[in-house]
Design a binder for this molecule. Sequence first.
Ligand code: DC
Length: 456
Amino acid sequence: MSNNIAIDGPSASGKSTVSRMVAKLLGYVHVDSGAIYRALTLQIIRDGLAGASPEAIARHLSSVAMRFFVEEGAVRFTINDVDPGTAIRSLAVQEQVSAVAAIPEVRTWVGERLRSLTTFGNLVVEGRDIGTVVFPEATFKFYLDADPEERARRRHHEQQDLAGNAMNPVEVKRALLQRDACDQSRSTAPLAMAPGAYRIETTHMTIEDVVAQIVEKIRTVPKHRLPKAIERAGFSPFVYHFSRVFFLCYLWIFHRYATHGLKHVPREGGCILVSNHASFLDPIAVCCNIWKRHVYFLARDTLFKQSRFMKWWAIAVGTLPIDRNKGDIRALKGAINLARQGNMIFLFPEGTRTRDGHLQPVKAGIGFLIEKAGVPVVPAYVRGTFEAFPRDAHRIKFSKIVTYFGKPLTPADCAVFKGDPERHQKIADLVMARIAALDPAGGQTSVFAKATPDKS
Ligand code: DC
């Protein structure tokens, strides 16, 4: 199940730039459905069917193959094994595309392909009928609009940039209005605002303001949606913050604690924080210096059984218990929901503390969780906790502890394994490789040497 965001609206309402930016901010995959209609139109022209009857075009669809992949956070495609490139923006395509897009069989054909893209993860899809027909169950639906004068001005500007020569603004406006009329009046899936969509009038807004409004809408709703289990169990923001500051002072005073790369930790939105695990000091070393938001934890259930105080405290700071022996599906679902609902969760992919200071192999379960949650994954590497308080130690050594945060892995990065039966394991290994790559000494990378390091 993916979380999809539909952004519909007429031509030049700002959909493309806005959707691309929203997808980037949320770590979702961007889909430009208009580009698919355009590429199909281009293929039809190239196959000599420009102006052919709807029946002939419908019959021709079986000879067209589109292959989709994700590149730089967006869905791209080939059509009959060729990259259509910028030709889809040509005048010839522009003139034909509305007529092609009005053919019911074409709409079914494109709709099926759009729905198949959910295998890439959470999507931000822009178009005309995304909230009404393609993804009526989308988590959020937006409808962008602007007055025709402003849209014609934007389109004229855009086409001048593209064509590099002076286009007639009157002609641009005429073509735009004609396309609007065609998109709104066709009998199948006309351009319309979906029920429950948020309408944003962009005429006097900057792109950044529109993006901010959309992102705020998406993020403010989930903030209050903590799973009932955590709310009921006794989560206390006060205990969390008190504990965090207490441990931060402890680390500063006794371990000359430092953090690097905190800028990579998103201030808002669903996110999974992962790190290596060498010591009981790791959770505090990773989370203490994150000031702006709560971090919820996933911890083995035996922690809750150690003492009544421990149980109370673990719950109060927002810990989800997990039974590692049973691969606890309920806890995994809880964690996935927490992340999807806009929260940050922290977990150790390795599960247990290392015995020798080296990173350990990881199980596919973490890859499953990451794929299902569909949120960015921030890698962290903790250095020094193994020396300070390793497994089986009875006393803490007051040695230096440093935590390094790395660039988040996005759902689009994980989508490269799409269709691979081993993908959960591969995602898990990739995450560990990102953690290993943060070790400044580079001494821990042996197990995960194959995956790409990223220290930026
Ligand atoms: O968004 P755009 O200008 O690239 O879209 C090109 C054409 O495709 C436009 O005439 C409307 C049509 N289209 C559609 O009918 N349904 C969509 N979901 C997306 C685009």
